[in-house]
Design a protein around this ligand. Structure first.
Ligand SMILES: [Mg+2]
Length: 386
């Protein structure tokens, strides 16, 4: 082997993304929902890592940790192939910042490694190309003529079934509209139950444990496949979700809102969840693969959060997982996707095959090509860190 590669610098390219059209926000400004004629402006960025061997890593991300001198100084000069050491060092260094930011560095290192070895990330993980069945994951409900009633959700679920989706996930209403949430579960269950797996994610909007329990009973009646992060504990109470599991039959999916391996496993060992959640944006590829193998050791499944190239590489390298989250989708607009920045990769309501599958990209690294003509035309700022 020749000389070991070293990290020599970073660059961040910022640009304007096309705004989200026919989208607004709901009661407190946090959930994106359908709103005809309204737009939400968006910025995008690419984080690039330069190395001594002339191979770069590139991901869709802001500057994150590399904008801070202490983390940049730590990374410069390191061997970018030493992902495990860098993961462990950053995990310790970021313990007072909820370990946020380590994931972007980790995914960047994986993209570099794939390009360095001229192999897709999934091959480095030992995976093989296989169909990844998708669920259509909706935006939150609105009162604006979009997903504004149980019937509107059921109509959309039928359309998704026709498109080929084997599963459908409801993100319901903000501000704890429990009765409407329950009516939606029953209407969607009545219309497509038994023909697709049904999931619901109140995204921690239900106000009380009691609301979560009532929604859980409705899910039981319609045989939902999972109930995710139901109420305002914020998806972190092991005690409460263990209790909820004792009172309903529907499997729970928790742990989207806990970080790194140990708290995930504590959650499972407390009998507080049925599925584990793995999030690339928080735990990186390294962290999610640790979770996948740990959950395999417990005999349970891990479900990957959100769409994206890194998510596909991980999912195609894991046995014990069920669905790819295609979201957020809506019947009347283009949803929340931002894959316009790639020439060879797309997530969208229609970006599935007739059986409702997607596949991992096959090029080196993450396997995605940025559309540099388009990005440079919309560039707003560029910064180098070395
Ligand atoms: Mg969720």
């Amino acid at each position: 082997m020749g000389e070991k590669p070293r990290i020599t610098g970073f660059e961040v390219i910022q640009f304007d993304l096309p705004p989200m059209e026919d989208m607004g926000t709901d009661y407190n400004g946090f959930n994106t929902i359908y709103e005809q004629g309204s737009t939400i402006p968006r910025q995008g960025s690419v984080l690039r890592m330069y190395t001594s061997v002339g191979v770069t890593g590139e991901i869709a991300s802001g500057a994150g940790l590399v904008a801070q001198a202490r983390y940049r100084d730590y990374l410069l000069g390191k061997n970018p192939l030493e992902r495990e050491r860098i993961y462990q060092d950053l995990k310790r260094a970021l313990r007072q910042q909820a370990r946020m930011g380590m994931a972007q560095i980790d995914v960047l290192l994986w993209d570099f490694a794939g390009k360095y070895y001229n192999a897709p990330v999934y091959e480095l993980l030992g995976g093989h190309i296989k169909p990844l069945p998708c669920y259509a994951s909706t935006t939150h409900g609105d009162h604006n003529g979009g997903l504004d009633s149980p019937q509107a959700y059921a109509d959309f679920a039928e359309r998704c079934l026709e498109l080929g989706y084997p599963a459908f996930k409801i993100h319901g209403w903000g501000n704890s509209e429990t009765a409407l949430e329950i009516a939606t579960i029953h209407e969607v269950g009545r219309r497509v139950g038994g023909r697709m797996d049904l999931l619901i994610d109140p995204a921690c909007e239900l106000e009380t444990f009691g609301d979560a329990l009532k929604v859980g009973w409705a899910c039981d009646e319609e045989k939902f496949f999972w109930l995710e992060d139901p109420y305002k504990d914020g998806g972190i109470s092991q005690f409460a979700h263990r209790k909820l599991r004792q009172m309903i039959r529907t499997p729970l999916l928790l742990t989207e809102h806990v970080r790194t391996l140990e708290p995930h496993i504590d959650f499972a060992l407390a009998d507080a969840t049925d599925f584990l959640r793995g999030d690339i944006g928080y735990d990186g590829i390294t962290g999610v693969m640790k979770l996948a193998h740990a959950s395999e050791g417990l005999g349970i499944d891990i479900e990957i959060h959100g769409p994206g190239p890194a998510q596909r590489h991980c999912m195609t390298s894991i046995r014990n997982t069920n669905y790819y989250e295609m979201g957020l989708v809506h019947p009347c607009n283009k949803g929340t996707f931002s894959t316009q920045i790639y020439t060879n990769y797309e997530d969208s309501l229609e970006a599935i095959d007739a059986q409702g599958n997607v596949y991992a990209p096959e090029g080196p690294g993450l396997g995605v090509e940025f559309d540099w003509d388009w990005i440079e035309k919309h560039e707003t700022n560029r910064a180098k860190f070395d």
